[in-house]
Design a protein around this ligand. Sequence first.
Ligand code: ARG
Length: 469
Amino acid sequence: MAGNAAASGDDGPKLWGGRFKKPLDSEMEKFNASIDYDKIMWSADIDGSIAYAKALAKTSIISAEERDKLCQGLELVRNEWKGGKFQIVASDEDIHTANERRLTELVGDVGRKLHTGRSRNDQVATDTRLWLRDRILAISAVLKEAISAFVEQAKVNQTVMLPGYTHLQRAQPIRWSHWLLCYASMLKRDFERLQEVYKRTNVLPLGSGALAGHPFDIDRDFLAMELNFDGITLNSLDGTSDRDFVSEFLFWSSLTSTHLSRMAEDLIIYSTKEFSFVTLADEYSTGSSLMPQKKNADSCELIRGRAGRLTGHLTGWLCTLKGLPLTYNKDLQEDKEPLFDAVETITSLIKISCGVIKTLTVNPDKMKAALSPEMLATDIAYYLVRKGVPFRDAHHVSGECVQLAESKNVDLDKLTVDDFLAVSTKFESDILQIFDYEKSMEQYNAKGGTGSKSIKWQIEVFTDWLKQN
Ligand code: ARG
């Protein structure tokens, strides 16, 4: 029997106990263990081990009967996890040691052959990739649902208009559907980026051993096929130490949450009494324990707030990674908690954002009331451009009109034709016709603009894309 008494705690020997005389300090034991959180990967760990047993049997290291015993035993371990019956013991450092310990208890000494040529270094890299790739698929589905919620709302609210802002100052009139499709565009990019992360996650490191490679000529292509990986890592040093897929996912969730946070911020502003452009559904708002009148946009505030946590995970993890010498170092275990939390957090941020958008009430009258004639100052310039005036000059003339209105203390649309003529003889009596928000927006029908044709085109592009993805 390997695993000596010296390195055993009360609950049994450590799998690496051979060269140790004394057991771990009890505080160190806790400090070292990752089982509390990495047990979440139990299924991936068992899948990886079943494939590995099959691959070992293809070499002469284990027989077909031994392979079958190992595979059956691993299914028994799987059933224990599934049924909530798996008993973790104090010496189970992580999910890999826990499953192997239990397997050996169930099938006897043959269990001790499973780890031949494998290291927890290639095992953990494999498990994490297996685990994450399934989560990426689940997140992709949730994200797609959110994108279609934005597109649906854009269809329903195609013509509603509101002020568009730059510097949070009224800039030009836009359509609410345009706002919605802006966020749909960000999320579409997020979706596409996530598929890229998936590609680089779905590469198999198993068979890299501890760092130098596999000593028994294991068929890594077979392993990749068994586990549905798109390919294998090229270099065993890289296979065991690469965590780019973790870094990329953390960056991805940080950026996606940043998009959702900006949306949340818009909605927080737009739902204030001062704006009243939108009303958040009761299901996504909370009240105050003191002020009975309050209806707070807590859903949006939490979306905004939690985005900070995700960026924290990314920066914390990159700090951990940046100084690591090749190859495996225990620091790499620190990828788990941020990764697991990022998956959970970004999933709920997307789901809540989707719910907020689906249930949001839009108040078109309030949006329209917030439009003001000075937002059409650019249109005065465009009017002159259409009469042949160079844009720079037209811009200047329009600025003078704004100044004139200000000096007369009237809105821009209250200037008379004579007032306009006093500024420039290029104006004609049709100048007053530009003061029409609907008409103003209809200028922007070049693809991508806020004009109704462009909005229809955008919706079509999204609808096709949603069908294809
Ligand atoms: N729990 C470890 C991790 O997450 C598994 C790998 C341990 N490898 C080692 N050489 N100690 O990284």
